[in-house]
Design a protein around this ligand. Structure first.
Ligand SMILES: [Zn+2]
Ligand SMILES: [Zn+2]
Length: 398
């Protein structure tokens, strides 16, 4: 297999110009969540031309393509998300977004190009594929509840049943040529809280005749910080952030109500459940002390993204073979961001990892969701080779 890994890597390099063209085509014509029509058409036409069995319009704009290997075996899925962000592109390059106010600023254009590249490689090495490989192009990662759950509902993991799934995300802080991996929890569960504190309005000069929801809300915001600081084991990560507070009309009027909105992040499914109860308890206690009422809406968005240890182990091994030991990074810590890839991992085992897309030395690094975000396109063949090699190897080992 050593020679084959070298061959796959060389083949991926020869695909580079093509993958760059494909990625730039996505980048020029970005589409936001659930509107990836042109993107879906482009992918299905390309893969149909390659002779794959293609299912279009899965969960709206999604595409599922199937490659049957020359030997019987299990089924591996490779997933790419398709959506761009509602953001104005500020880059001055020939592949800048042609759609005003829409931009691929999270690298999903690269994910699609990488999975297409893996498909082209696996078609080339079909005689070495022991089983099937499914290519999942999924809409709407950026917009909860996310496209993944709709893809699952639409049967993307069935017929043939998928035994393991791999997903990739660009990382501009990781040098090009490398990839990063982690077993166990990789990304957090992200829930949305919407709180209303209801008092009774009145004159700012006579607070004793009113119930002031602004004072109550300020105590609730402080009180919620007891969750990470005093209520949860300090060795368990948890974030409670209030990102929006709204209430009041004028400096001398006590308003009737205040609205708060925030996000709760956890890495432990049990704790995720408990934090909701803690919020309820704090809200109840403070509201009652202030004589106010409250309403809590708790919306569960993406679950904890939990990588499968054994499969991640195989992918790490595959990365060491194809990218080399020096370019295979093991992450020490998970991230508190979230990803709807977690929905697939609640159903079937798999692994989610990061592809280095860091810029050339001296160029600035823009974070994800920044209007100047870009990728180093040298990463496209690297990602394609890694995905294809990991799939080939997993099919041998599962
Ligand atoms: Zn994003
Ligand atoms: Zn993303």
């Amino acid at each position: 297999m050593v020679n084959l890994s070298k061959e796959v890597k060389v083949s991926a390099e020869t695909l580079k110009d093509r993958l760059v063209d494909i990625r730039r085509q996505f980048h020029r014509y970005p589409e936001t969540a659930f509107e990836e029509e042109r993107t879906g058409e482009y992918i299905s036409a390309l893969l149909e031309k390659q002779g794959l069995e293609v299912n279009k319009n899965v969960a709206g704009t999604g595409v599922v393509a199937l490659l049957k290997g020359s030997q019987e075996g299990k089924t591996i899925a490779l997933r790419a998300d398709m959506d761009a962000l509602p953001l104005q592109d500020i880059k001055d390059v020939d592949y800048s977004s042609r759609h005003p106010g829409v931009c691929h600023a999270c690298g999903h254009d690269a994910h699609m190009a990488v999975v297409i590249g893996a498909a082209l490689l696996l078609i080339k090495y079909r005689d070495r594929v022991k089983g099937q490989v499914k290519f999942l192009f999924q809409p709407a990662e950026e917009k909860p509840p996310g496209g993944a759950s709709f893809m699952i509902e639409a049967g993307a993991l069935e017929n043939p049943a998928v035994d393991a799934i791999l997903g990739i995300h660009t990382n501009p802080y990781l040098p090009v040529g490398s990839a990063a991996f982690k077993k166990g929890p990789v990304m957090a569960a992200a829930d949305l809280i919407h709180i209303k504190i209801i008092g009774s309005g009145g004159h700012g000069a006579a607070p004793h005749q009113a119930v002031d929801p602004i004072v109550a809300a300020s105590q609730v915001i402080q009180g919620l910080q007891l969750i990470p600081s005093r209520m949860v084991d300090p060795l368990e990560p948890v974030v409670v952030t209030i990102g929006r507070i709204q209430g009041g009309e004028k400096f001398n009027i006590i308003p009737r109500e205040v609205e708060l909105e925030g996000t709760v992040r956890t890495l432990n499914p049990r704790l995720r459940h408990e934090v909701r109860e803690m919020i309820e308890k704090i809200l109840g206690g403070i509201s009652s002390a202030c004589g106010a009422q409250y309403e809590l809406e708790y919306i569960r968005n993406y679950p904890v993204l939990m990588n499968h240890d054994e499969i991640t182990g195989h992918v790490i091994e595959a990365s060491r073979e194809i990218l080399g030991e020096d370019h295979t990074v093991i992450l020490e810590k998970p991230l508190m961001g979230s990803e709807d890839f977690a929905n697939y991992l609640e159903r079937i085992p798999g692994s989610y990892f990061f592809l280095g897309v860091g810029p050339e030395e001296g160029s600035p690094i823009y974070p994800w969701h920044h209007p100047g975000f870009d990728i180093n396109e040298e990463a496209l063949p690297t990602g394609a080779a890694l995905m294809a090699w990991a799939a080939l190897n997993l099919l041998e080992k599962l």
